[in-house]
Each structure stands twice: as C-alpha cells, then as structure tokens.
Design a protein around this ligand. Sequence first.
Ligand code: G3P
Ligand code: CA
Length: 287
Amino acid sequence: MRLIFSFLVVLSLISGCASQDSIQPIETQEILFIAHRGASAFAPEHTMTAYEIAHQANVDYIEIDLQMTKDGVLVAMHDEKLDRTTDGTGFVKEYTLKELKNLNAGKWFNEANPGLANREFEQEKVPTLEEIFLHFGDDVNYYIELKSPRIYEGMEEKVVALIKKYDLIQEDNNLPKVILESFNEDSLTKLHALEPSLPLIQLLSFKEKATLSNLDFERLRGYASGIGMHIKSADQDFIHEAQLNGLQVHLFSIKNEIDMKNAIQLDANGIFIDNPTLSELILKDGG
Ligand code: G3P
Ligand code: CA
C-alpha cells in the first residue's frame, strides 16, 4: 500500500507541483519517530536526561519546544510560563537566563509520577538550545518548535544563527539534521526567507476532521515540507491528499502502541512519541 502510494506521490510531484522547487524535501520511505519533548514518558520533559534517554532509543529526531528569556536566550520549554515544569512562577520572558538557571526543572515530575521518580531528576535545570547542540552535536537529529514567536522578537534569526553556528544545515542518512515547526505561519514564512534550505513543518489544529482547500495546499507548499496535526483529526483520505500535494504529514501525540499502529495504517510520514521505545516495537515487528 505504502509503495503504491509513494509512487503516486512521486508522479504527482513530477507532474503538478513545480512550485516546490525551493522547498527542502524530507525524503523517507519509512515512518519517522520523533521523541516528543524528549523521552517525556520516562523523564521530565525538555531536560537533558529526557533527550539523552531518547537518544539511546531508536528515534529519528528529538523534539525541542523553544521559549526565550528576558535577555534573549533560546531555552527548551513547552509553556510560556514556568509554573508547570519548574519550581518557578510567571513568564519565561520575565526571567534572565541566570535567574532561570536557579530553578529546578525535575522535581515536578517526581511529584506527578511517583512510580517513575528518580532523585537524579531533581538536579535538572532548564537547558538552552545551545547547550543541547553542544551536548549532542551531530549525533542526533533535531525537530525544533518555535513555540510563541509572536511574543519573542527576533526569535527566528536567533534559531537560524545557532543552527548555522553548529553547522547543522546538513543531511544524515538522507534525513535533514534539523526540521523546524510552528503553529505560526508568519514565523515559518520568515524562516523560509531567512534560510530556504531548512525544512519546515506547519502545525495545524482542526476542531473536527481535517480539511484544507486547494488554495490552502498551494500556499502551504510555497514554504513548508509538511504539516503536523493531532491524530484525532486525521483520516487516510486527508493524509493522502496532503501527500499528493507534496506535503508530509506528521501526527501528534502518540501515547501508546494502538495509536502508533493506527498512525502507520493511516500512512502518516512521522509520529511524535512520548515513549521512544515504541519505535523498537515496530522494528521488531518488521514494520
Ligand atoms: O510539535 C508537535 C506537537 O508537539 C505539538 O504539540 O503541545 O506538544 O508542542 P505540543
Ligand atoms: Ca511541540
């Protein structure tokens, strides 16, 4: 099924989607496994330990959500506020990096998950994007979300500059070393203008089942390599339509084996998984 469909996608791209010339393709026959917020099922999300566990597992990408400090440093955090994942309160943008580094980024996980608690998590600090690049270098692939670009002036320039500083605009086994994602279309089009060789994923949310018009697809393929969306909004017809329009489809957030097999049945190109060992189940099954 996947092979026949891949052939149709290639045919469609050759015949109809010439406007994608400037878009960086993500060329893969296999489904991509993206460790959602690191190995967030096992360790506090967006900590070095969560990324390290994901790195040891068989995933294609580690996912990093970005916020920005008062003094303009990109840090790995999902929420605009500190309250859920640190012992601090208030907005990230109101803290300097030095102030942020005084906070604990792991205690909350032990309190919320007594069965998974580990005293070492209590040593975790909020990592900067640069610290993550320094730690992993080109040993991993990075899937980076600009989380709130509307409130962080210059965020796109900083992300691109850091990716270039660490020489991460490259491919590894035919996979881009870095993929960028955002719900914010203005931010993605800005990123595309800054560095067209970076593949971009437009995150979309749908109230019910996903639909897009031909005009939507045309606009999206002017800057994006694919779309990301919740699995509950996805059906196979929509995924195939997006793929025939030259766009990959990556589904979040996959919590268990049933959802993962469902996403594979739907022909998704990638899945965000909290538990990175799910990828090993599929490899053991032989796909
Ligand atoms: O990045 C895709 C997915 O992670 C979006 O959901 O809320 O976990 O960032 P969220
Ligand atoms: Ca995310």
